[in-house]
Design a protein around this ligand. Structure first.
Ligand code: SAM
Length: 283
């Protein structure tokens, strides 16, 4: 079968690079970096160190948040002229809380082939080991740096039933966890992935309140890079009196038997038990 990663002129490769452990650079990523004409890097010096570790000497241009618009235009012109480009960020997958979106959109709008070379991403690495539901999740990137905006954002997310995932810097991890425990409740289950894949990799799993205590217990616990995974909000449960009101209202229009069927559909749980409750509530 023809291999999909053959380097073709005019192709933009979006290449994931390690989030710490250089052993995580895939053979396909390595081959792509070796064969492209140009590497577009968030930080050319940082990516230069990665490339030279693997014995690759390659022309590099910078593409970061402050020059994205102008650089994307220039890179697009080079792609249209037939050069192949690998987009990399400092670590992990480009565009995941990293630059690259304007370039990919422009490339697609101009019919340039865009090819993913998948690999590490801190959020996926953390989710895969967090022990929290991961079939659906909401990735929120970095929370706002300012406290009022951060708390407002957390308040907006308080009822989100999906698992939440955030990136956080060591400077704000304690404040973030403190706001989180305050706004979402100290008993929410959280997972902290610190320095994943690196020498000092560490994980904490427990309640938000316990995470706050863990962060305060040792200076080392607050160092390095963090992914924070948070259990989603528990499904809203109607109070007993809300349920009684619903059952009484159903009884105004339906027989006990029909009301028990309707109540079971609305509230879930045992129809028999609801039938008995309806009987007791019947005037
Ligand atoms: N594009 C990257 C990715 O796919 O993971 C993320 C880039 S974002 C600018 C950098 C943030 O990712 C860090 O501040 C940290 O929150 C998280 N991160 C990156 N590497 C990590 C690691 N080894 N362990 C824990 N978190 C990490």
């Amino acid at each position: 079968m023809k291999q999909a990663n053959r380097c073709e002129a005019g192709t933009l490769f979006v290449v994931a690079t390690p989030i710490g452990n250089l052993g995580d650079l895939s053979p396909r990523a390595l081959e792509t970096l070796k064969t492209v004409d140009l590497v577009a890097a968030e930080d050319t010096r940082h990516s230069g160190a990665l490339l030279s570790h693997f014995g690759i000497r390659k022309k590099r241009v910078s593409l970061h948040s402050h020059n994205e618009a102008a650089q994307s235009e220039q890179l697009l012109a080079r792609l249209l002229a037939g050069e192949s480009v690998a987009l990399v960020s400092d670590a992990g997958t480009p565009l995941i809380s990293d630059p690259g979106f304007p370039l990919i959109r422009a490339a697609r709008e101009h019919g340039v082939r865009v090819v993913p070379i998948p690999g590490p991403s801190a959020v996926i690495a953390a989710l895969s080991v967090a022990g929290l539901p991961s079939e659906r999740f909401a990735f929120e990137g970095f929370l706002p740096a300012k406290r009022a905006a951060r708390r407002q954002k957390l308040e907006a997310l308080a009822g989100e039933p999906r698992t939440l995932a955030f990136y956080e810097s060591p400077h704000r991890i304690t404040e973030m966890m403190s706001d989180l425990a305050d706004v979402l409740g100290g008993d929410r289950q959280v997972f902290l992935g610190r320095e994943l894949t690196k020498l000092h990799e560490q994980a904490f799993a427990g309640t938000a309140q316990a995470a706050l205590e863990w962060l305060g217990a040792d200076d080392h616990h607050r160092k390095g890079e963090f992914v924070v995974i948070i259990e989603g909000a528990p499904a809203a449960k109607a109070s007993h009196s809300d349920e009684d009101l619903l059952l009484k209202t159903l009884l105004e229009y339906l027989s006990v038997k029909d009301a028990s069927h309707a109540a079971a559909r609305i509230l879930g749980g045992s129809r028999k038990a609801l039938y008995n409750r309806l009987l007791a509530l019947k005037p």
